[in-house]
Design a protein around this ligand. Structure first.
Ligand SMILES: [Zn+2]
Ligand SMILES: [Zn+2]
Length: 206
């Protein structure tokens, strides 16, 4: 499995490109900006991007969506409870950020338990509301992409539109802490961590 992390946009969001080495098919998680940098990796590695998957619809995670869509045949995917944020430049904050204003009318809507099949890879969608109503984590084998739900030694904000910190902590405890200790968590900002480390040391999960 090819796994490329690249920091994009003015808020240094982590964009991840994951692809199957054999079929070259892959997905892009959270193209938050710097689409040229993302597309360079895609082209250099001759990848066929099937899906753009958003961990949630905040501006720092969606700034590069339109450019990547225009340069690939990818299908944009967002959890159904974040579509109202994706559709609204004020709610997704892109009208207040440096960078492109993003308003997207439609996307493939995801629900908890959905599986996106790409080449040999199965990406399982885990709904973890609390940072935003449609926040998701994306699970494949020993790897979890956590967006702004869980960070190394921290959690996402609960005070944005539709957010709720108590719900966020419940989501993490119920859905993410049940995963094996050795699962690597790749967050939407900052360094990677492991589920076992967060279970032991994350101050919000005591
Ligand atoms: Zn966010
Ligand atoms: Zn973010």
């Amino acid at each position: 499995m090819i796994l490329k992390k690249t920091e994009v946009g003015v808020y240094s969001a982590n964009c991840y490109i994951i692809a199957d080495e054999q079929s070259r098919e892959g997905i892009i998680i959270d193209p938050g900006g710097d689409a040229d940098k993302i597309m360079k990796f895609v082209k250099d590695n001759k990848l066929l991007i099937k899906y753009i998957v958003l961990t949630h619809a905040h501006g720092d995670h969606i700034g590069g969506v339109n450019e990547v869509l225009s340069e690939t045949d990818a299908v944009l995917c967002v959890h159904k409870d974040d579509l109202f944020i994706l559709k609204d430049r004020k709610k997704n904050f892109t009208s207040q950020m440096r960078g492109p204003i993003v308003e997207i009318r439609d996307a493939k809507l995801l629900e908890d338990g959905d599986v996106l099949q790409v080449g040999d890879m199965s990406f399982k969608i885990i709904h973890t509301p609390g940072h935003s109503p449609g926040g998701i984590c994306i699970y494949i084998k020993d790897v979890l992409f956590t967006g702004d739900t869980l960070f190394a030694n921290n959690i996402g904000r609960g005070d944005l539109i539709g957010g709720d910190e108590a719900q966020l902590i419940r989501s993490i405890k119920a859905r993410l802490m049940e995963l094996p200790d050795a699962t690597t968590a790749y967050p939407g900002h900052g360094p990677a961590t492991r589920i076992g480390i967060e279970r032991m040391t994350n101050p919000y999960l005591k």
